[in-house]
Design a protein around this ligand. Structure first.
Ligand SMILES: Nc1ncnc2c1ncn2[C@@H]1O[C@H](COP(=O)(O)OP(=O)(O)OP(=O)(O)O)[C@@H](O)[C@H]1O
Length: 810
């Protein structure tokens, strides 16, 4: 008890502190009015007959009122009880009490429910009282009597009671959600309880209780107090028995030379008179869900009430998303059906398969933008593998590039043969962006790639991919593909929701996007250009992204969120305090166009952070799109591949490249110009990538760039290169590689500072050769990194080199 008081007092004090003075005043006023009203009404009910004739004569001193609140009490009673609603006046006083409590913020009542119920009874009770008293007395008040009288005259006595009973019946049904089944079960419960109780009250029958005779003498529960009367004990023979069956819970007292046995437990009647199962009172209650509103939730709710939800778009509130008309309309994109071509291909396929003894039961053609899919159902007994083997023969026969055989078609029970159309139709970016599917999409990072071979618009969520690896030989549509992805995102995401980190070693592919730097790009604090073209700067940016990732994970951890979506939702609901470092987190998409270039020049230094980001960054909203022309195994290493489940392949040169990117052949059979295969981790789909031309991208970038942007690009965390860990510039002769001198001789004799030459001549791996090259640079044998060109060799001949090495050895 004491504990409770201690606990509640400070809380109450704290609540009082937060109440404003007018609130306290009005709250107390309502409570006092309620008490005065109640007492006045009670007093009025007791004295109304005597006082009624003089009610209202407030100022006449000669008149005395019997009401405890004098004439005021009398007047109140007369007004509320006699002239209005009879005993229901007490409900008015009760409502005052409820309002008082609400004003004082004591939420003991559910306000609207309580008011609703009270109003119902304020209307209903006077009529009931009217019907019972037939207008005699004051219990119904004038209102109750009048309504009762009116109803009586209109619908008669029986009708009046029907109205009263039906209305209260309806009230209970609606209020307590009573259904026949629930009433029945409640009645059963009631029945069982009552029977149980009655049974309990009845004297126990002889057959149930064989030991009754003995037990009659047993003290009842009240006698089990430690102060046991001696006489009672003397009378009981049972006590003596109990004494002999000592249990650990028994205590013996010596009192007046009389040995008394007292059981601290209730007398062990249970084994003797165990109640039957039916007698046990069994109540079932469904636990109520209690809304636990903790302090922080309350504060955030207050903030939301005051300022509304946090609006991340507010700073660029007037930002207009790009309009469809910025994209070029390429005219009619309807697929034209060339019946002759279809018929010709069909005949060729059937004929050829027949020549190889493959019978066909059925053939069906589906025309897509670039390819027509012929689905065949082979006759029973034909092996699928035997058709697959015929791919080259079919291609030869149809004299067409890009034939792909899908045997069997997943989930269809057919074999598919994709044959490119003679006049493919183009899929414009405008048509896919304007589609309902894209416009109504609720994906987090919607990317519309283009159309499937059955001419459906194909979309995927980059947030779910969660990273995309793209490959394709030069000129096959990879850059258009990247632009299509970026365009989709720009059409759907506000600058506050999305930032790009762009790496473009080719320097020309992504430069268009520099115009949207202050809206959509992210860069290092000391980075001059937001679009990174220097491979060495990429390393810093990637490491900085890793720091951003770690920081975001810390924020998520502190906010108890599993992913960026939950986190941003909490932040929007003002549940996270910006003073604790919390901020709205935009998605970050890292786009690398020409990954091979990075790997060739920076190797592990690039591969490691990319793999780390790919492994971990999805939950914190960092997604990677990595594209390469050369999908060879030393570029797309196992580590990279394992972390990029989604792959997009444009036409590649060889089936080996196709296997590297997709783990299966097929990309080498594509026809180019945006014809692509998309692998989502489960199945491979053939798509025609949407076409977006450079001028269109330029228009979009201009449209965005001309609008008000942020003060600068989104700043990534600063990344400081730890000088001590870099080999360049910190040459330690004692730690030089054993092949250092040999390498120096090769470079000086050939006058070529090339790492790959070291690799070849010394039969080294790329990493070791790179390390030696760094040591040679640090020691001053070769110059610094020179982009695509070989490094400059700073020692002109072998003699000078030997002297130099001699010096180093000292
Ligand atoms: N989806 C497409 N629909 C129609 N034509 C396309 C499509 N994609 C690419 N093309 C055609 O292919 C050409 C080359 O495309 P793109 O510039 O994307 O190639 P790339 O693979 O990026 O080449 P590189 O790697 O050399 O930059 C385009 O100029 C265009 O004519």
């Amino acid at each position: 008890m004491e504990k409770n008081i201690k606990k509640t007092t400070p809380k109450a004090a704290e609540q009082n502190k937060t109440l404003s003075k007018p609130r306290i005043f009005f709250g107390i006023l309502f409570l006092v009015t309620s008490v005065v009203g109640t007492l006045s009404f009670i007093s009025y009910l007791m004295n109304w007959k005597a006082d009624q004739s003089q009610a209202g004569n407030m100022l006449d001193k000669t008149i005395n009122s019997s009401n405890i609140f004098g004439k005021i009490g009398d007047w109140l009673g007369n007004l509320f009880i006699f002239d209005s609603i009879g005993v229901a006046a007490f409900l008015v006083a009760f409502l005052f009490f409820v309002f008082g409590m609400m004003i004082l913020k004591k939420n003991y009542f559910k306000p609207w429910k309580t008011i609703g119920h009270s109003l119902f009874f304020i209307c209903w009770l006077p009529i009931l009282m009217g019907a019972i008293t037939q207008g005699e007395g004051v219990l119904s008040g004038v209102y109750g009597f009048q309504i009762m009288d009116f109803l009586n005259s209109v619908i008669g006595f029986a009708g009046l009671w029907t109205v009263i009973l039906v209305s209260i019946g309806l009230y209970f049904i609606l209020e307590f959600n009573l259904r026949p089944s629930s009433i029945k079960s409640k009645l059963n419960n009631l029945n069982d309880n009552t029977v149980g109780r009655i049974k309990g009250m009845m004297p126990r029958s002889a057959e149930n209780f064989d030991a009754d005779d003995d037990l009659e003498a047993l003290p009842n529960e009240e006698n089990q107090n430690i102060t046991v009367s001696e006489t009672a004990v003397k009378q009981t023979s049972v006590i003596n028995e109990i004494e002999t069956i000592k249990t650990p819970n028994q205590t013996s007292f010596e009192q007046d030379d009389q040995k008394i046995a007292v059981s601290l437990n209730p007398i062990p009647t249970a084994p003797v008179i165990a109640p039957s199962i039916d007698d046990i009172d069994f109540k079932v209650e469904v636990a109520k869900t209690i809304d636990i509103v903790d302090e922080s939730d309350r504060k955030s709710q207050e903030l939301v009430d005051k300022h509304g939800y946090y609006d991340h778009k507010l700073e660029l509130g007037k930002f207009q998303m790009p309009t469809i008309d910025l994209l070029r309309d390429y005219g009619n994109e309807e697929i034209s059906v060339n019946k002759d071509e279809l018929e010709e291909n069909k005949n060729k396929i059937v004929g050829l398969l027949k020549n190889f003894n493959v019978g066909i039961a059925e053939i069906k053609a589906t025309i897509g933008p670039t390819v027509t899919l012929y689905e065949i159902v082979p006759e029973a007994g034909i092996r699928v593998a035997s058709i697959k083997k015929l791919q080259d023969d079919i291609a030869l026969n149809l004299s067409a590039l890009g034939i792909r055989i899908i045997a069997p078609m997943p989930g269809k029970g057919t074999i598919g043969i994709e044959v490119p159309r003679k006049n493919p139709s183009m899929v414009s970016m405008r048509s896919v962006i304007a589609s309902q599917k894209f416009q109504n999409s609720d994906m987090d990072l919607p990317v519309v790639f283009g159309k499937t071979i059955s001419n459906e618009i194909f979309m995927a969520d980059l947030a779910k991919m969660p990273h995309l690896l793209m490959a394709g030989a030069t000129g096959q549509g990879k850059s258009v593909g990247i632009n299509a992805i970026l365009t989709s995102l720009l059409y759907k995401k506000h600058p506050s929701e999305l930032k790009f980190v762009m790496v473009d070693p080719k320097k020309v592919e992504l430069s268009l996007y520099s115009k949207i730097e202050r809206h959509y790009l992210a860069k290092l604090p000391d980075g001059e250009d937001a679009i990174i073209t220097d491979t060495h700067k990429v390393i810093n940016t990637l490491n900085s992204l890793c720091i951003e990732m770690d920081q975001r994970y810390d924020l998520l951890k502190n906010a108890f969120c599993k992913n960026i979506k939950e986190y941003n939702k909490k932040f929007t609901e003002r549940k996270l305090n910006p003073e604790n470092g919390h901020r709205y987190l935009p998605y970050i998409v890292l786009v690398v166009d020409e990954f091979a270039d990075l790997i060739m020049t920076a190797g592990k230094e690039v591969e490691l952070p990319i793999a780390r980001l790919a492994q971990l960054a999805r939950a914190v909203g960092i997604h990677l799109i990595v594209a390469t022309q050369r999908p060879s195994v030393n570029v797309i290493t196992g580590m990279i591949k394992a972390n990029f489940p989604a792959r997009a392949a444009f036409r590649v040169i060889s089936s080996v490249d196709s296997r590297t990117i997709l783990d299966s052949p097929g990309a080498d059979q594509l026809i180019g110009k945006g014809d692509m295969l998309y692998f989502n981790g489960n199945e491979i789909m053939r798509l025609q990538c949407a076409f977006v031309d450079t001028p269109e991208v330029e228009k979009i970038a201009d449209y965005i760039g001309e609008q008000k942007g942020y003060a600068s690009a989104y700043m990534l965390p600063e990344y400081k290169v730890d000088e001590t860990t870099t080999t360049v510039g910190a040459f330690d002769p004692n730690e030089k590689d054993v092949l250092f001198e040999d390498a120096a001789r090769i470079l000086v004799s050939t006058q070529q500072g090339s790492t790959s030459m070291l690799q070849r001549q010394l039969k080294l791996g790329y990493n070791r050769a790179g390390r030696i090259m760094d040591q040679l640079e640090a020691s001053g044998v070769v110059g610094g990194f020179n982009g695509a060109k070989a490094r400059e060799v700073l020692i002109s001949d072998l003699n000078s080199l030997e002297q130099f090495l001699e010096e180093l050895r000292k």
